[in-house]
Design a protein around this ligand. Structure first.
Ligand SMILES: NC(=O)c1ccc[n+]([C@@H]2O[C@H](COP(=O)([O-])OP(=O)(O)OC[C@H]3O[C@@H](n4cnc5c(N)ncnc54)[C@H](O)[C@@H]3O)[C@@H](O)[C@H]2O)c1
Ligand SMILES: [Zn+2]
Length: 340
């Protein structure tokens, strides 16, 4: 099936547009990549899971294979990437290519943004989460002992190549994680997308069906980012479920995966909205039902107080205030600033 490709307007300093291509077969991905990188030096970076499970299957080799996992998202790994780039004698015209989930995408995007003051990066997202979320929007960065994503840059990709074949080697729990972000997109702006996800959850989770819904989810994210690249207002809507979610991830020592934590966070935002008379019980129940149908969690072992205390240390804390994103109905949210 031919998929709708998207052209994304980026508002970073270069104000360049970039395309997100939705491809079916790995061979199509290779063709599109070759066309884009023609005549320029490339630097392929991936992690060991993606290398062993996905790239091996297609006889594809990367120049640098990093250990997998969130704990690798640190400054030392950025240095490893930069060192390798110098060893390979890359120059200002070279292209960094990130093949992996959000961890690889964020690390490689950041490294590309500072190598020789910035070179092009192509994002090839291989997890559902990175396809619908981290590969578009241009946020890059890494973690340090003070918290997640505290160091980084805005560096939009020059091209995003999203391919169904990449999803085939992804563990099922990682599909579940990505679904949380898709549900989030639907709640923020698009009731029809919510209905499609409800249908998908009834049709035993076919990869092709979920892949067909990606352009809508990516379009929602891109549309919001285009209005507010540097997250001054509108882009904050994408944080639905994330203020509570990040606190839950932190409390669990990252044992609760991001998608699961966001799902619980969306439920908590819904409960908060009900308390404030902003959301109907019926819409809340529909949100809850979809989250459950997608095998995501709705509760965790941490108390409301524990979660709230952790939020007080959140990086988005601003003069003792925090902005919560609250659903008012399926397809609409409001920003509410709360005193801590
Ligand atoms: N930049 C942004 O705007 C943005 C947005 C959302 C999330 N993020 C970041 O993204 C990260 C989470 O992304 P993620 O969930 O993709 O994590 P991840 O990169 O750790 O990938 C999840 C797991 O799946 C494996 N994997 C990925 N693709 C695979 C494939 N095709 N086959 C087999 N295994 C595969 C990885 O090795 C890893 O073990 C976090 O660090 C988060 O901060 C960034
Ligand atoms: Zn997220």
């Amino acid at each position: 099936m031919a998929m709708k490709n998207l052209t994304i307007t980026s508002q970073d300093s270069g104000k360049k547009n970039y395309e997100v291509l939705f491809l079916q077969e790995f061979s199509e991905l290779e063709t599109a990549l070759n066309e884009f990188t023609k005549g320029r030096k490339t630097f392929f970076i991936t992690d060991e899971n993606v290398s062993n499970k996905l790239l091996k299957k297609y006889n594809f080799t990367a120049d640098l294979i990093l250990p997998a996992g969130e704990k690798e998202k640190n400054w030392a790994t950025v240095e490893k990437i930069l060192d390798k780039a110098f060893e390979l004698k890359l120059d200002r015209n070279s292209i960094f290519v990130a093949i992996g989930g959000g961890v690889i995408g964020d690390l490689v995007g950041f490294s590309a943004s500072i190598f020789m003051r910035g070179v092009d990066v192509v994002q090839i997202p291989t997890s559902l989460l990175s396809m619908v979320d981290s590969s578009v929007g241009g946020k890059t960065g890494f973690n340090n002992k003070f918290g997640k994503n505290l160091v980084g840059s805005f560096h939009a990709p020059s091209m995003v190549l999203t391919c169904r074949a990449c999803l085939e080697t992804l563990p099922p729990e990682e599909i579940t994680n990505g679904l949380a972000e898709m549900i989030k997109h639907a709640i923020i702006t698009d009731k029809d997308h919510f209905k499609s996800l409800e249908e998908f959850s009834r049709e035993n989770f076919s990869l092709q069906n979920i892949f067909n819904l990606l352009p809508v989810s990516v379009g929602i994210k891109a549309g919001i980012v285009a209005q507010d690249f540097k997250e001054k207002g509108e882009r904050m809507k994408l944080n639905l479920g994330h203020t509570f979610g990040h606190a839950i991830e932190k409390l669990s020592n990252l044992k609760i995966p991001h998608g699961q934590a966001v799902a619980i966070g969306i439920i908590m935002a819904g409960e908060y909205a009900i308390k404030e008379n902003l959301l109907s019980d019926k819409d809340f129940q529909e949100i809850k039902d979809l989250i459950i149908a997608c095998k995501l969690s709705t509760t965790c072992d941490f108390s409301y107080e524990e979660i709230w205390q952790t939020i007080a240390f959140d990086k988005k804390k601003n003069n003792d205030e925090i902005t919560l994103i609250l659903p008012t109905k399926i397809g609409e949210v409001v920003l509410k600033t709360v005193k801590l």
